[in-house]
Design a protein around this ligand. Structure first.
Ligand code: ZN
Ligand code: ZN
Length: 321
């Protein structure tokens, strides 16, 4: 199969051994994959990753569960052991023995095929196009915030970071009745976000006093800024993972009694429902779509500051002999 393979350097291979379905799992032919900040971090050494990355995808089931065969699906990316207390509590995504698609112990979506258990797969309604469905994972990650904190709609909310994750988080919060302001550094991006109906401003112009801050900056400075902008007893939600982290003084979090909440993956069902209802349209966030064979350029493109979402198209689907 064709695949983007990382062994310390990212390379495209047209003759990589086919991913085969793990016992009891489904084989999924990838149609589209999305590149996110986590993928870029993996390529910079995060988690000592090796192999095929990619965890945002829409695909077609080509093997395994007969009930899903031929169906277009998206897939939750964490696969738990199924027997520990966290798995039994429906929290597979926190299982200490989990594998994570394209991140931890499991080949990912930057390839023609991937393997996931049927229980991870959700059928995509025909009304949702591939280009929209591929956003399900990051949108689910944004919905996770609403599973972690209750919002009345009256809170003052800031989203730090004008990149793809910040944009998606703001779109979701807005779709669910909140009025977030995005604080960023790139005027051009902020203007583009404003065109999507989002309130967006330079981060340095934001005034302290926010009830809730969602840090999607991908850097430690985002958390520092959040600590400066949040009101006493407010909440900071940390959404992005960054490899680098130096000494951080959290004294102000103690003095001001700030709740700091880590937030990662979410359930797909609310995200898929929101997409089906047309509550969220992520398509304006697509900066480019490139074939898998141009994956190396696609990842460098995604790393450029003014680029939002870069998609990979895994199909020009003549399967390798
Ligand atoms: Zn992601
Ligand atoms: Zn488990």
């Amino acid at each position: 199969m064709r695949a983007l393979v990382f062994d310390g350097r990212l390379k495209f291979s047209s003759e990589y051994p086919d991913t085969i379905a793990r016992p009891g799992e489904c084989l999924v032919e990838v149609l589209r994959a999305g590149i996110c900040g986590t993928d870029l971090e993996l390529m910079r050494g995060y988690m000592d990753f090796r192999g095929i990355a990619g965890h945002e995808f829409v695909g077609k089931v080509v093997g395994g569960d007969p009930g899903l065969l031929g169906k277009r699906v998206v897939g939750e990316i964490n696969v738990g052991c199924g027997s520990c207390d966290l798995c039994k509590a429906d929290l597979e995504r926190h299982c200490p023995n989990r594998t994570v698609l394209g991140i931890l112990g499991r080949a990912g979506a930057f390839a023609n095929y991937l393997s996931l258990p049927a229980r991870n797969l959700l059928e995509v309604p025909d009304s949702i196009s591939d280009e929209v469905a591929v956003f399900c994972e990051p949108i689910a990650a944004a919905y996770e915030i609403l599973e972690q904190i209750r919002l009345s709609g009256r809170e003052k909310i800031a989203v730090i970071g004008d990149g793809r994750l910040g944009a998606i988080v703001a779109l979701v919060l807005k779709a669910e009745g909140a009025c977030p302001v995005i604080g960023g550094h790139h005027l051009e991006k902020l203007q583009r976000l404003a065109k999507l109906g989002l309130e967006a401003d330079l981060a340095e112009k934001l005034k302290p006093g926010f009830d809730v801050i969602v840090d999607c900056s991908g850097s430690e400075e985002g958390l520092l800024l959040a600590l400066r902008l949040v009101r006493p007893r407010g909440t900071i939600i940390l959404k992005s993972t960054a490899k680098e982290s130096s000494g951080l003084n959290l004294a102000s979090a103690v003095v001001d009694e700030i709740s700091i909440i880590g937030s990662r993956c979410g359930r797909f069902a609310p995200a898929l429902a929101a997409l089906a209802e047309g509550k969220i349209d992520p398509r304006p966030l697509i900066s480019a779509m490139l074939p898998l064979s141009d994956g190396v350029s696609a990842l460098s493109l995604a790393a450029q500051p003014l680029i939002f979402k870069v998609l990979l198209s895994a199909v020009n689907s003549v399967l390798p002999a």
